[in-house]
Design a binder for this molecule. Structure first.
Ligand SMILES: [Zn+2]
Length: 151
């Protein structure tokens, strides 16, 4: 239910995993195995003993919130700071790559306008500080209350 939230958590620097339609039982097992905090909007999920006992850390995320409100809620509830962004597609770590190495691959407009490029170590996706990135960064800062310019 929280795929959009997972993408935003990755942008905020967290290795969020998301699988569409995963069964409750599989989700709980995966959280236990990976040590991740389980986020869910599914009320009955929180009736499970492993969660009630605190064996698995879990947080109920109100589904009626928008994606960004969900992100604000999760960062606030868990006391998480903004970190270096991770790949929004898969949560992999981003490594900066020299501009000249991406000439053939980057869209011409991005290559012309941007100086810094990053590649996801996990899925290979190429990223750059274009308008999309700037919009995301701005919203993350607003959420974290770090956007002093607009205050
Ligand atoms: Zn990736």
């Amino acid at each position: 239910m929280l795929g959009g939230l997972a993408r935003w958590l990755r942008a905020a620097g967290y290795d969020a995993e998301f699988e569409y339609g995963i069964a409750d039982r599989a989700l709980v097992q995966r959280a236990a195995k990976s040590g991740r905090i389980l986020l869910s909007s599914d009320g009955p999920m929180f009736e499970r003993n492993v969660i009630k006992n605190g064996d698995i850390r879990a947080l109920y995320v109100p589904q009626q919130l928008g994606k960004l409100e969900q992100l604000r809620f999760v960062l606030g509830e868990l006391g998480l700071p903004l970190r270096d962004p991770r790949c929004m597609a898969c949560g992999g770590q981003l490594a900066e790559v020299p501009k000249h190495t991406v000439m053939a691959e980057a869209p011409p407009l991005a290559y012309r306008n941007c100086d810094r490029f990053w590649r996801c170590a996990a899925c290979g996706k190429l990223l750059w500080h274009g308008t999309h990135w700037q919009r995301i960064t701005k919203r993350l800062k607003q959420i974290a209350g770090q956007d002093q310019d607009d205050a």
